[in-house]
Design a protein around this ligand. Structure first.
Ligand SMILES: [Zn+2]
Length: 400
């Protein structure tokens, strides 16, 4: 028993009647085999069709030893003739992506000798893997241009079973993977492939083929592309993005690139100016803190709400002038930042203080930093740090 493959004879057939010739239970649900079916079974990188049989949803379609099995959402009561209906929009989309793949693979092979080693047709992403480790943008554009030319020329597409003796006379881009009679899909004067998929009548039905991105994956380059309605939807999305972005910058769409370049340059300049202004402000603050310090070499302060990198700069500036800085902040969490141009060993001091409050930290003699868990202990940590710094200094002649 085999199923008559109506999908292979006429890819436009969407409704048909057939007889049930087999039933079986699968993990996904009950399945029926029909004497003939227009449902395309999953294979060759093309997903299986969906639709209904006598109104019951078809969840999966698989080919098993020449028999097409349709997995159903619920058992089918029918015992004799049944009516099948294919989800036409889904099938058409698959035909466009699948046929577009024939065109794109043929274009890469004809133009650059790049062989396609695999094909994936997903619900949103369609890819081919090319047998190469590098692909240039110029190559992608040339392949796209050739595909678009062949689409525009509306070249006829024929699928037929070819006898073995004739097969030897045809140069196949994609050789057969099955034994027995071989089905060859030919795009006039462009490509011959052994293929069991569904195809439109001519290339113009594919509409468009748009490469979206590509990346190296080991010893292949994976090329992501879209055809037909998917390509049109992507172009519209891109166009809307460009239109909105240009509107935000109050420029025409073709001025967007130059406007972005100006924006990036002015943002970098503004950032440099802001960082220089901050450095000047912190230098002034360091002088004020040093002037108010007691003893004059030891600046010990809690600076709530100040970012920790500002504290690091302040501490560095205080140390450069020969002082010692013990600075604490609560942003983003409790942190002790130290730098010393004198005697106290910052690394030892920080380790002792944060250990006392269940935190971690350390560093060099000249600068160190540590964090701990409780914001309520900032003042206690400051007092301990100050005491340790004074003890370290007492063991040595105090710096000026
Ligand atoms: Zn095909």
């Amino acid at each position: 028993m085999t199923t008559e493959r109506m999908d292979l004879m006429d890819a436009r057939c969407r409704e048909f009647t057939a007889r049930i010739v087999g039933r079986r239970q699968t993990p996904a649900g009950p399945a029926v085999a029909l004497d003939r079916s227009a449902f395309y079974p999953e294979g060759g990188g093309q997903p299986g069709d969906r639709g209904t049989i006598d109104g019951v949803a078809v969840l999966d379609v698989q080919l098993d030893a020449g028999v097409v099995w349709h997995t159903l959402a619920m058992p089918l009561d029918s015992t004799d003739l049944v009516s099948g209906a294919i989800d036409g929009a889904r099938r058409l989309d698959h035909m466009h992506q699948h046929c577009g793949q024939h065109l794109l693979s043929a274009a890469f092979e004809r133009e650059f000798g790049l062989r396609t080693v695999s094909f994936h047709l997903g619900s949103s992403v369609v890819t081919i893997d090319l047998a190469t480790t590098a692909l240039e943008r110029g190559q992608v554009h040339r392949a796209e241009d050739l595909v678009q030319q062949v689409i525009g020329e509306a070249r006829p597409i024929h699928a037929r079973f070819v006898p073995a003796e004739e097969l030897a006379t045809i140069t196949l881009r994609k050789p057969p993977t099955v034994a027995g009679p071989i089905r060859v899909v030919s795009i006039a004067d462009f490509d011959h492939s052994a293929c069991g998929g569904t195809h439109p009548r001519h290339t113009a039905e594919v509409g468009a083929c748009l490469v979206r991105r590509w990346e190296r994956r080991g010893d292949v380059v994976r090329v992501e592309f879209l055809c037909g309605g998917r390509a049109w939807a992507a172009v519209r999305r891109d166009h809307e993005l460009v239109r909105r972005s240009a509107g935000r910058l109050s420029v025409a769409a073709d001025e967007l690139d130059a406007a972005l370049e100006r924006l990036v340059a002015s943002e970098a300049a503004a950032r440099t100016q802001a960082s220089m202004a901050l450095e000047r402000a912190l230098a002034s603050e360091a002088l004020v803190l040093r002037a108010a310090a007691d003893p004059p070499w030891l600046v010990a302060q809690v600076l709530r709400g100040r970012p920790v990198d500002e504290l690091r700069t302040l501490a560095r500036l205080i140390a450069t002038s020969g002082g010692t800085a013990l600075l604490l902040t609560d942003t983003p969490g409790p942190q002790l930042v130290t730098a010393s141009g004198g005697v106290p060993h910052c690394g030892q001091l920080v380790r002792q203080v944060v250990a006392q409050f269940g935190g971690r930290g350390g560093g060099r003699a000249e600068a160190a930093q540590g964090g701990f868990g409780d914001v309520g202990e900032l003042d206690a940590a400051l007092a301990l740090a100050r005491t340790l710094a004074l003890q370290m200094a007492a063991a040595w002649p105090a710096p000026v």
